[in-house]
Design a protein around this ligand. Structure first.
Ligand code: NAD
Ligand code: AKB
Length: 317
């Protein structure tokens, strides 16, 4: 049997660091090549191979795939919702061309599997707010959401037309303590922990009653590995699977933090990100993922809050 060799593109980012470390545990350090446009994240240093790579440079990407005998690609490089609204052209170019470069090379080099994340940002104001289903009205209003929706259909196309085994999840907002988030609307749910511990107060850029779908990073890593390990015949969605874990508002997460830090206080100063948040569902129906490959999250709001605070107080990475 041929041993898999994995390339992670965007490995120094919020998900990339933790996913690379998790993949290295499963496949062996030497078999997971981390890559990014920026420098290697400190947490990755000494844990396995790293190459500097721009996903927009298709030739260089192709050379690396051949040189390193890559058989699986995880593409994480993207511009997220809030940063995307500041530079829509850049977001569209990176999010679309990066994906097309990877899909083309996967087809040409017969890469065994490709992973590419989508987002709850594909949904728009006309989508159902509560338990938003797998298949529904999808009319995103951000350039990020448009790029994710188009990307989902490129994945579907490459699978059906060329047989590329590309798999995808629509992640909710991801909460983690190991590496910093990269410019999303849900980033408040990470900033709030740092501010609570450092200053005992936080000014939130969303209103107190803004409910959004969220997930703790260990659950996101678990979902990603489960999807990628599932037998092909169980995968019925070739656009992107809804996955869900927790849904809360800034007021609710502040109350959960106050259970640990009683004198923590929160204020609200909504900005342009409020419009983005208002366009997304408040909760997601992920029954297709649960039925197809047994998806189930481990963390609720209380467990996640306790774990975040423990780890930020006494880093143990
Ligand atoms: P991030 O911004 O933290 O990381 C992205 C990484 O890609 C960065 O390290 C960046 O340097 C790198 N990168 C940017 N341009 C590149 C290029 N041209 N070539 C190579 N690398 C480049 O983002 P993240 O939060 O880790 O998100 C990863 C993926 O997951 C993205 O597709 C994002 O849309 C998706 N996602 C994230 C969340 C979330 O809450 N974090 C939610 C839904 C979907
Ligand atoms: C963002 O807020 O842009 C991301 C996402 C939900 O895709 N966290």
């Amino acid at each position: 049997m041929v041993k898999d060799k994995i390339l992670v593109i965007g490995a120094s980012g919020q998900i990339g660091v933790e996913l690379t470390l998790a993949l290295r545990k499963v496949y062996g350090n030497a078999n997971v090549v981390a890559s990014d446009l920026r420098e290697e994240n400190d947490l990755l240093k000494g844990t396995g191979p790293y190459v500097s790579l721009d996903v927009m440079n298709k030739e260089m990407l192709h050379v690396q795939v051949i040189r390193q005998n890559i058989t699986q690609i995880y593409l994480l490089a993207a511009i997220l919702s809030a940063t995307g609204e500041k530079n829509p052209n850049l977001a569209w170019n990176l999010n679309m061309q990066g994906l097309l470069n990877v899909l083309d090379i996967a087809r040409e080099e017969q890469i065994h599997k490709v992973y590419w994340p989508s987002s709850i940002a594909v949904f728009g104001p006309a989508s159902p707010k509560i338990n938003c289903p797998q298949q529904t009205i999808i009319e995103p209003i951000t350039v990020y959401g448009i790029s994710k929706y188009a990307g989902e259909f490129w994945c579907n196309y490459y699978h059906h037309r060329y047989g590329v085994d590309v798999r995808s999840l629509r992640y909710p907002g991801l909460i983690s303590y190991k590496s910093a988030p990269g410019g999303g609307t849900t980033d408040y749910a990470i900033e709030i922990f740092h501010s609570a511990l450092e200053e005992k107060k936080y000014t939130c850029f969303l209103k107190e009653d803004t409910y959004l779908p969220m997930m703790y990073m260990p659950d996101a890593i678990k979902a990603t590995l489960s999807l990628m390990e599932a037998p092909q015949e169980l995968i019925t969605v070739r656009t992107s699977y809804n996955v869900a874990a927790i849904s809360f508002s800034p007021k609710e997460i502040a109350a959960a933090i106050q259970q640990h830090i009683p004198d923590f206080s929160i204020a609200y100063q909504p900005d342009y990100r409020q419009t983005i948040a208002n366009s997304w569902p408040q909760s997601i129906d992920d029954s297709t993922a649960r039925n197809d490959w047994n998806w189930k999250p481990d963390f609720n709001l209380e467990l996640m809050t306790a774990d975040m605070i423990d780890n930020l107080k006494a880093p143990n990475v």
